[in-house]
Design a protein. Sequence first.
Length: 190
Amino acid sequence: MPPTHTTTDSPHLQQTTLGGGCFWCLEAAFNQLDGVVLAESGYSNGHHPSPSYEAVCSGTTGHAEVVRVTFDPERISYRQLLTVFFSLHDPTTLNRQGNDVGTQYRSGIYTHDAAQAETARQVIGELSDSGAFDAPIVTEIAPVANYHAAEAYHQGYVAENPYQGYCAVVVRPKLAKFQHAFGALLKAPD
């Protein structure tokens, strides 16, 4: 089942917007984390006023495929979300994730305030200093701009289409690895 689109306007909730390749994988992973109220697939930081999936995929709108994560910082921290984010994609490849190529697949942290930007810079610095990746991190950090939710059929796509080719071959193995690595952060089963 796709996640329910419940109200996310509680005063203690926060949001972050993250781009790390195809949004289906990021959305499926983040929606499993305890403390995440909703991870929504969308498009961000482009110039077109009303982007569609087809237009974003053409590379002409400037948007990145992203997931907007609404979370409770009392249950999961922004830093923990960034740790998960960097485990789910390769932040060292410019405008590419595996076979997905184009500016819409860029690695990006689109911040909602100055504190998020500072934490993102710290996390990237720590990852770089530790040698966590074999190449320099190219993740852009910018204020979130011109965000649009993706079409309804993209929301909960992996949950609704687990045996679709891309989901079965690319996303499901990545999710299995994520679940193993971050088991302590996952929501309790229903």
